[in-house]
Design a protein around this ligand. Sequence first.
Ligand code: NDP
Ligand code: 8G0
Length: 444
Amino acid sequence: MKSIAEFMDMVKARNPNEPEFHQAVHEVVETIWDAYHANPRMVKGKILERIVEPERAISFRVPWIDDKGEIQVNRGYRVQFNSAIGPYKGGLRFHPSVNLSILKFLGFEQMFKNALTTLPMGGGKGGSDFNPKGRSDNEIMRFCQSFMTELYRHIGPDTDVPAGDIGVGGREIGYMFGQYKRIVKEFTGVFTGKGATWGGSLIRPEATGYGAIYFGIDMLARNNDSFKGKTIALSGFGNVTWGSIKKLIELGAKCVTISGPDGYVYDEEGFNEEKCEYLLDMRASCNDQAEDYVKKYPKAKFFANTKPWGVKCDVAVLCAIQNECNVDDVKKLAENGCKLLLEVSNMGCTADGAKLAHEKMLFAPGKAVNAGGVAVSGLEMTQNSERLNWTAEEVDNKLKHIMHSIHDACVKHGKEGERINYIKGANVAGFMKVASAMLDQGVV
Ligand code: NDP
Ligand code: 8G0
């Protein structure tokens, strides 16, 4: 391929109607193009052509019966993207927006992120267009059992190890793990994010948010700055928002917003630990209204159908969903004095949004910032293999060490004069590791 444009034309022709997948591939290809072409063995081995093709993508019917006795049909997926450095690893997303394009973008990014963690994990992602909103506990269980009745044959502790993601938390993992164990008659570490009494790792619930803030500490420290006293705007109100706020409170920062698809909440007083724990209740209600926060804490204000990126803040932390922050949002953030944008959601910024964020402020992409989640999943796999549980402190220390090493890798591969291009750094470091493993293993 002579040019990035020619390569992308090929990707688009082979994967029509998959805009999120094209977006994720384009971002990687444009940042690794020069490093890749400096390596003739990789070019001859057609690593780039091979790496954009998932090893396997499974889609299946998920029939289940709702509380009214009516049959419902959803579609389940598992995209097993790349196993060059370990078993496929990545979460399951239950959200009505789920389709093959979204799961291919997530699986594609997952392989590079997992490589960055330093742990032996390949990349995969799965899920369903099932909408958990408003569903009863029994309906959730029946759906999870039906989903697992097909998925079980494609996964295993040395083959593919799923976990949660949007719409899939501890409860859903419990139901899926229970059904898997019943079918295969084995108690194995086939899932991560398990309950602490049945093989889960301490700190896994906190890991994505904590890891993101550890990464932010390193970014700020390079600029002789810290989170202390900073005002932070966050999106989402799920697992990742909760973990990020917990750590930010500990560091003396003031978190003022959360959001849902219905709008955002501004709490001028800032979150304390009690308010942060209330997010868990809101999420567990399956009601998914950020507005519920205002019912409990009436001093806070709710802004319907608006994103939080127009508020005055020093730091923005994206914790909801792909493309939640576009170029206009970044402009507003910059105008309001935002100095750091942490993308914790996967591909939280649009392509031009991410480019502008890199120009205007400190910016790091999801695959580096949110890698703490899958890293502690990798540590959960190790603990399961050892049949031992580590203390919270041990896991947290390993998480800190891993986030430092990802930051170091970004600095090493993303240095542009005095500035760090974290997008380039993360992509080059992750890509080169997977690519060289693929070269070693021949044409497979
Ligand atoms: P949760 O399901 O716990 O929470 C996601 C929250 O974001 C929900 O409240 C959801 O509401 C809300 N949301 C969805 N769309 C929007 C929107 N357009 N605007 C505002 N809020 C919205 O998921 P997680 O916290 O686990 O995941 C959040 C993000 O972090 C995802 O992008 C995920 O891929 C990423 N991530 C998660 C990791 C983890 O360990 N959990 C690891 C690495 C990345 P609703 O359901 O109503 O849409
Ligand atoms: O633990 C995991 O494998 C997992 C779960 C949810 C999201 C992610 C991610 O890295 O995006 C990983």
